[in-house]
Design a protein around this ligand. Structure first.
Ligand code: FAD
Length: 593
C-alpha cells in the first residue's frame, strides 16, 4: 500500500490483484468502515461478492451512521455528519456508488450538486439569554497568548503530546475565546481529551479555519446519513452478491503467532448467533477485517416518556470484549483499556426532536433566520447555547431528513456535552431526563415563554434521547501503539478498521477516517496496485497556513501582535529579511503584513 495524490492515480483503475479469485473476506461489523472495505474489495480488489461475508451483531447495517423511524419511539438518529470536500478516500469511493434516488448518478454527484446549489453557512452560530444571538460575529477572539498557545501546539511533534490532555497545553485565557466555543462544540472535544488529537485536527483542517465561525467549511448530505450514504452502499454490495449475516456477534479471532519472525496469521474466528456458538476456520487466503471499538457501543435509547438507561459499566460492550481478546494475543494489537475505561469522560447524549405542528418552527425561524421548510439549508450547522448548563447545541438540517417524513414536521438534532450537570429550566441532569424534559430545556433556550414550554414539549413535539457512553472514547489521551496499525506488523490476512485503528495524519470521529482505514486495509491485504489518496496536504501549503493565521487573528497583522522583547526583535528582523521577496508578497496577500 502506498499513498499518492493528484489526478494521475485518482482516475487510474488497478489491475486485478493476483490470486484474488481464490481468496475470501470475513468482515466483522457492518458499519461504514466495513461496508467501505467490502466496496473496495469489490471495486478495486475485483473480489467476487459471494466470497465477501459481513458479520454484524445487530439486525441492520450502518453502525454509528443510523437514522430510522422507530415504530415505538419515533424518528431518531444518533448523530449528523459535518463533512469536508477533502475527505479524499470517501469521495474516491462514493464516485462509484450509484445514487438510490436518481438513475445514472453517483452519491458523489448528488452530494456535489446539492452543496453547490445550496451552500452551507450559518446566520446565527450561538445564542444566549434564551434565544438572543450571542454575536460571535465571525470572530475568534483569541488573545495573543492564546494564539501563541495554538501555534505552539500546531508545531509540537506527536511524541511530545503522548498521554497529554488539552488542559496540559492551554490555560484559562484560551478557553474564554470564541475559538474554543467553535472548536469544542463542533468536534465535541473536552478539556481532558487528547492534546495530540486536537493538534491533528488543527493540522488536518487548517484549510477550513476561515470557514469555522459560520460553518462555510461544511457540507451535508440531503437526508440522514443512513439514507444518503449507508443505503446506497448496501444496495451496491447486495447487487454484487455480498453475503450479509446479521445477528452474528464475533467473540474472538485466534492467531498463530510466530514469535521469532513476528508472523501473525488469523486462524479461527469465533461467533455467537441466536445463542449458539460457531467457528470459522481460516486459511491464509481468508482475509479478516475487524472494526475494533465503536463510538456508539452500548448506546441507550429513551423516548418521549423515558430517560435512556445505560446498561454498561466502564469497559463493557461487545466490541471492547472482542478487541480485548485479540489484543491479549500480541502487543501489536493495541490497548483498548486506554479508550473504554472511563465512561464519565467519554459520554454525551443526543436527542432527535420531531416537531408536530407550526408552533416550535416559528421559534427556530426567529433564531436561524431561515424557513425550516424551504428544503434548503436551515441552521447551517449547530447553534450553540452558550449559557446552557448542559452545554447544548442544536441543528436543523435540510428538511425532510427522512424520505417518509410528514410534510410540516421538522427534525431537530440536539446534543449536550455535560450530561451530569443540572439544566437551566429542567433542574435535572440531562442523562436523567425523558425526551419531553430535554425538549423543554431546549425550548427554554429558544425563548419560548415559560408558561407554554410544557404544552409545546408534550403536544407539539416528540423527542427521542440517546445516551452514548463511549461517544468520545477515541479522544482519550493516548500514545503510539495504543491504537493498532490498520495492518499490524506481521499480519498477512488480518486488518483493523475504523476509528480505533491507526493511520497517520488523519483524524478520528469522521466518516473519512473509517473509509480511509478500509481502503488502506484492502489495498494492503490484497496488494492492490493503486495509490491510496493521501490525507489532504493543506498543512504543508504555506497559503493555507497564512490564511489560517490571518483568520485566527481576526484580521490583525503581525505588527499588531505583542511579543516579549527578544521575540519581537526577531520578528522585525525576519520581516526585514523577507522584504522584496515572494514571501513578503504572500504575507501581504494573506493580510499578515
Ligand atoms: C453522534 C455522532 C456524530 C458524528 N458526527 C460526525 C461528523 O460530524 N462528521 C463525521 O465525519 N463523522 C461523524 N461521526 C462519526 C462517524 O459517523 C463514525 O466515525 C463512523 O460512522 C464509524 O463507522 P465505523 O464503521 O468505523 O464504526 P461503527 O459505525 O461503530 O461500526 C461498528 C459496527 O460493528 C458492529 N460490531 C461491534 N462489535 C461487534 C462484534 N463483536 N461482532 C459483530 N459486530 C460487531 C457494530 O454493531 C457496528 O455496526 C459521528 C458519529 C456519531 C455517533
Amino acid at each position: 500500500m502506498y499513498y499518492s495524490n493528484g489526478n494521475y492515480e485518482a482516475f487510474a483503475r488497478p489491475k486485478k490483484p493476483e490470486g484474488v479469485d481464490g481468496k475470501s473476506a470475513y468482515i466483522v461489523g457492518a458499519g461504514l468502515a466495513s461496508l467501505a472495505a467490502a466496496c473496495f474489495l469489490v471495486r478495486d480488489g475485483q473480489m467476487k461478492g459471494e466470497r465477501i461475508h459481513i458479520l454484524e451483531q445487530s439486525e441492520k447495517s450502518g453502525g454509528a451512521c443510523d437514522g430510522a423511524n422507530d415504530p415505538t419511539r419515533g424518528y431518531v438518529m444518533r448523530g449528523g455528519r459535518e463533512m469536508d470536500n477533502h475527505f479524499e478516500c470517501m469521495w474516491d469511493l462514493f464516485r462509484s456508488i450509484p445514487s438510490v434516488e436518481t438513475e445514472g448518478v453517483s452519491v458523489l454527484d448528488e452530494y456535489y450538486w446539492l452543496n453547490k446549489e445550496d451552500p452551507n453557512y450559518s446566520l446565527c452560530r450561538a445564542t444566549e439569554h434564551r434565544g438572543e444571538d450571542a454575536h460571535t460575529d465571525g470572530k475568534f477572539a483569541l488573545s495573543d497568548k492564546a494564539a501563541a498557545e495554538i501555534a505552539k501546539l500546531f508545531m509540537t511533534p506527536d511524541r511530545d503530546l503522548y498521554d497529554k490532555t488539552i488542559d496540559d497545553v492551554f490555560d484559562d485565557e484560551f478557553y474564554k475565546s470564541n475559538f474554543w466555543l467553535y472548536w469544542q462544540t463542533m468536534f465535541a472535544f473536552e478539556r481532558w481529551h487528547s492534546a495530540l488529537e486536537m493538534k491533528l485536527y488543527l493540522q488536518r483542517y487548517v484549510h477550513h479555519v476561515g470557514g469555522l465561525p459560520d460553518f462555510r467549511a461544511l457540507r451535508f448530505t440531503k437526508y440522514n446519513q443512513y439514507d444518503s450514504m449507508i443505503l446506497p452502499m448496501v444496495k451496491y454490495l447486495e447487487n454484487a452478491g455480498v453475503d450479509f449475516r446479521y445477528g452474528v456477534s464475533v467473540t474472538n479471532v485466534l492467531f498463530d503467532i510466530d514469535r521469532s519472525s513476528g508472523r501473525k496469521a488469523a486462524k479461527k474466528l469465533f461467533y455467537t448467533k441466536d445463542g449458539e456458538e460457531g467457528k470459522i476456520d481460516l486459511t491464509d487466503d481468508d482475509l479478516v477485517f475487524v472494526t475494533n471499538g465503536s463510538c456508539t457501543e452500548s448506546s441507550a435509547y429513551g423516548d418521549q416518556e423515558h430517560a435512556p438507561a445505560v446498561a454498561v459499566k466502564n469497559g463493557e460492550g461487545a466490541c471492547w470484549d472482542l478487541w480485548r481478546r485479540i489484543a491479549a494475543q500480541d502487543p501489536a494489537f493495541g490497548h483498548p483499556a486506554k479508550f473504554c475505561s472511563d465512561i464519565g469522560r467519554t459520554n454525551w447524549e443526543s436527542a432527535t426532536v420531531t416537531t408536530l405542528d407550526e408552533k416550535i418552527p416559528d421559534y427556530i425561524r426567529k433564531i436561524c433566520k431561515r424557513d425550516p421548510f424551504s428544503g434548503g439549508v436551515v441552521t447551517g450547522g449547530i447553534v450553540t447555547v452558550k449559557d446552557s448548563g448542559w452545554y447544548m447545541s442544536w441543528t436543523v438540517n435540510r428538511q425532510p431528513q427522512f424520505r417518509d417524513q410528514p410534510k410540516g414536521q421538522a427534525i431537530v438534532w440536539i446534543y449536550g456535552l455535560y450530561t451530569d450537570r443540572p439544566g437551566d429550566f429542567v433542574k435535572k441532569a440531562m442523562k436523567d431526563c425523558t425526551g419531553e424534559e430535554i425538549c423543554e430545556e431546549w425550548l427554554y433556550h429558544l425563548g419560548v415563554p415559560e408558561d407554554q414550554i410544557h404544552a409545546l414539549a408534550s403536544a407539539s413535539a416528540n423527542t427521542v434521547p440517546v445516551m452514548m457512553p463511549y461517544i468520545t472514547a477515541f479522544f482519550m489521551p493516548r500514545r503510539a501503539g495504543d491504537r493498532p496499525s490498520v495492518v499490524p506488523k506481521g499480519c498477512g490476512n488480518f486488518a483493523f478498521l475504523g476509528q480505533f485503528a491507526d493511520t497517520p495524519r488523519d483524524t478520528v470521529f469522521t466518516t473519512e477516517y473509517s473509509i480511509r482505514t478500509a481502503m488502506e486495509a484492502v489495498y494492503t491485504l490484497l496488494n492492490v496496485d493503486r495509490g491510496v489518496p493521501e490525507v489532504y496536504g493543506s498543512v504543508y501549503d504555506v497559503r493555507c497556513l497564512m490564511d489560517a493565521a490571518s483568520k485566527m487573528l481576526d484580521g490583525r497583522k503581525l505588527d499588531d501582535i505583542r511579543l516579549p522583547a527578544p521575540a519581537s526583535l526577531a520578528k522585525k528582523a525576519v520581516v526585514k529579511k523577507l522584504s522584496g521577496t515572494v514571501a513578503e508578497d504572500l504575507l501581504k496577500r494573506y493580510k499578515l503584513l
